[in-house]
Unconditional design. Structure first.
Length: 409
């Protein structure tokens, strides 16, 4: 007999896990609504060129992580590795850029990246993405960051840090890259192959290397904050001023960069140790050149992506995974279930969860199952009469014809 398992790097969300997932997604949706963000859902696949153009042909996502394939029509498609580019594409395609700005949007759904699976990191993973497109106001930078900070507090996560930096824009970054390139040339012997490969695409990506030894070397490299133009320096100062006004705590990390080409100015990461080492549970930043890169007018924007699996690890276990039913019918062997099924259907129509035994259990077994399900009312049917066991009250009897009105009334 062939044994099938979920593909490596994917996972099933079992019925016992669903309450935690639904609760978290409901909290995310409620938080976004409070801040005026509207839901948008994009396809799971996109034109490959959209991903390459926005992420950067030399990025790790494009080089190592995308699930790209040719469909039967010969088109190259890629399973979406992140949400910002697809949302940007929808923003242009459906004329959202002609509506009042900014467009405040969010989505919750699955994404795909080929990576080494580990705890909290999957090849198919779920993510909340929040995007504010159409304004370069530094107050929106602070709002987007504070939204996630507030969400963490609401779901009970406390032990985390927020790292913050500005990586400049197309006006001031080129001069910095010249300085950084010269420094990397002078210290090439202290680098490793991963660092050399990253600098071939863009020198800024060297700060993403994993090696602690190389990170210690790069700590001596020129910092982009020293090369910001006046406009970027002022924008970052005001974003921090607004974060301070919100009371959001953060650490300035001058080597913090993001791995995609579209990022500019404000970048940030929320980190937590729930995965076993201090790792990112949310990351994002400003992407003022993305919409223009995919054919739209110059349009600023900022957003973040936050993995659900990692956040659930940070939250820990919750005592809400137990099944529950409002009404459970226990039928004596002599009872015709055709008399019970209309009652079951009517209770459900009135908004109550209701169930009965489908496993051939004895009366004792049915009562045990009602207890497992935490039934609020256990209805023991015998002929035309029912005995009702209601939690916290004495048993009572009723003709089955009047049962629904008495329970739901």
């Amino acid at each position: 007999m062939t044994k099938f398992e979920a593909p490596r790097g994917t996972h099933d969300i079992l019925p016992s896990e669903q309450p935690r997932w639904r609760w978290l997604m409901d909290e995310m949706a409620a938080m976004c609504a409070l801040y005026g963000y509207r839901r948008i859902d994009t396809p799971g696949i996109e034109d490959t060129e959209l991903i390459v153009r926005t992420s950067g042909g030399g990025s790790d996502i494009v080089q190592k992580e995308t699930y790209t394939f040719e469909d039967r029509g010969g088109r190259s498609l890629t399973m979406r590795p992140e949400a910002t580019a697809p949302i940007g594409r929808a923003y242009l395609e459906h004329g959202l850029h002609r509506e009042p700005q900014p467009q405040k949007l969010y989505t919750i759904g699955p994404f795909w990246r080929y990576d080494r699976p580990q705890r909290g990191r999957y090849r198919e993973h779920w993510q909340l993405s929040v995007e504010a497109i159409g304004t370069d106001d530094p107050a929106i930078d602070a709002e987007v960051i504070q939204l996630y900070d507030e969400l963490l507090g609401r779901v009970g996560v406390r032990d985390y840090t927020l790292e913050l930096n500005s990586i400049g824009d197309r006006n001031c970054r080129p001069a910095y890259l010249e300085r950084l390139t010269a420094w990397l040339d002078d210290h090439d012997a202290e680098l490793d192959d991963e660092t050399r490969a990253k600098r071939k695409t863009t020198p800024l990506r060297v700060f993403d290397v994993k090696s602690e030894r190389v990170q210690a070397v790069l700590a001596r490299a020129p910092k982009i904050g020293e090369s910001l133009c006046d406009a970027c320096r002022d924008h970052f100062a005001r974003a921090r001023e607004y974060l301070d006004a919100y009371g959001v705590r953060y650490e300035l990390v001058p080597t913090l960069v993001r791995g995609l080409d579209y990022y500019t100015r404000t970048t940030f990461e929320f980190k937590d140790e729930a995965i076993g080492a201090k790792d990112t549970i949310s990351g994002g930043g400003r992407y003022d050149g993305l919409i223009e890169e995919i054919g739209g007018p110059p349009t600023p924007g900022i957003g973040f992506g936050a993995g659900l699996e990692r956040l659930l690890l940070s939250i820990g276990e919750r005592d809400d995974a137990h099944p529950h039913v409002d009404v459970f019918f226990v039928c004596e062997s002599s009872v015709e279930r055709s008399r019970v099924l209309p009652l079951l259907a009517e209770l459900r129509r009135r908004g109550l969860t209701a169930d009965l035994d489908y496993a051939g259990r004895s009366v004792k077994g049915q009562l045990t199952q009602a207890g497992r399900l935490g039934a609020g009312w256990t209805v023991i049917v015998d002929g035309g009469e029912a005995t009702v066991r209601e939690q916290g009250k004495d048993d009572w009897k009723t003709p089955i014809d009047g049962l629904v009105d008495r329970i739901s009334g």
